[in-house]
Design a protein around this ligand. Structure first.
Ligand code: ADP
Ligand code: ADP
Length: 224
């Protein structure tokens, strides 16, 4: 069965329906691209699936459990243990070095510093940024910073990686490199990837595409 699924999601902001009957499902290890024009509801769908934003109605099921049946503390514990996040920009802590940034989720889980930084470095090697360990985010390029952010999102071994326009601030060459390394790393650990993008070139790294339009989603494989 699916690892994470949603049925009939509705979410309104005042008179605006950000989601209007959206559906979603993803299997372990699958990379699903959520596509659609700006304002169609992609980010809202991602935030609902990740338990960050509660939908007005509809159901979201993760690993057999309904998110709406959990309280806030349970949902945030689930995010820390099972989910990873990558955004477009502004996600690294500028005061910390790159290796400290990658190690941060492990440190917050109580892992001792040496062990956390050792694990962080193995992820940085996979993302080909292990030589940047001692630099601060302000001293690395945009593409390098995103690869550091991807390493940080995977360091705790999440079952689902949520990536919202992870290459949106990069040129196409750096964007493709980030996508190659991100999808390789996710496949190595069988993590599912929910990839929000409006670029076909980025969606090409997915196994399946879901198109969102006016808050309604359509599974492109089933539509064909
Ligand atoms: P996308 O990610 O496809 O650009 P969003 O999910 O960000 O779309 O937004 C869908 C619609 O909902 C847009 O009209 C947007 O302005 C609106 N919206 C999203 N989040 C909020 C919010 N927190 N408050 C008010 N309106 C919002
Ligand atoms: P994206 O580029 O991923 O679509 P946005 O820049 O649209 O993201 O939105 C960034 C954040 O602002 C999100 O948390 C979204 O829910 C919120 N947001 C989007 N549209 C509005 C809006 N009209 N009013 C208030 N918040 C919004």
């Amino acid at each position: 069965g699916s690892l994470l699924s949603a049925e009939q999601l509705r979410k309104a902001y005042g008179p605006t329906f950000a989601l209007d009957g959206a559906e979603f499902s993803i299997h372990p290890g699958e990379v699903v691209a959520v596509m659609g024009p700006s304002g169609s509801g992609k980010s809202t769908l991602l935030h609902c699936l990740a338990g960050i934003v509660p939908p007005d109605s509809g159901t979201i099921t993760y690993n057999g459990r309904e998110l709406s049946a959990m309280n806030d503390a349970q949902r945030s514990a689930l995010r820390r243990s099972d989910f990873g996040f990558v955004f477009q920009f502004g996600q690294l802590v500028p005061e910390l070095t790159c290796v400290e940034n990658v190690a941060l989720p492990l440190r917050l889980n109580g892992t001792p510093r040496k062990e956390a930084e050792r694990t962080a470095l193995t992820w940085m090697e996979r993302l080909e940024v292990d030589d940047l360990g001692k630099k601060r985010p302000g001293e690395v390029s945009g593409g390098q910073g995103q690869r550091v952010a991807v390493a940080r999102s995977l360091v705790t071994g999440p079952r689902v990686l949520f990536a919202d326009e992870p290459t949106g601030a990069l040129d196409s060459l750096n964007g493709e490199r980030v996508m190659e390394l991100l999808t390789d790393a996710a496949r190595t650990t069988n993590a599912a990837v929910v990839l929000v993008t409006h670029e076909a070139r980025v969606a090409a790294y997915s196994d399946r595409e879901i198109v969102v339009r006016d808050g309604k989603s359509r599974d492109m494989e089933r539509a064909i």
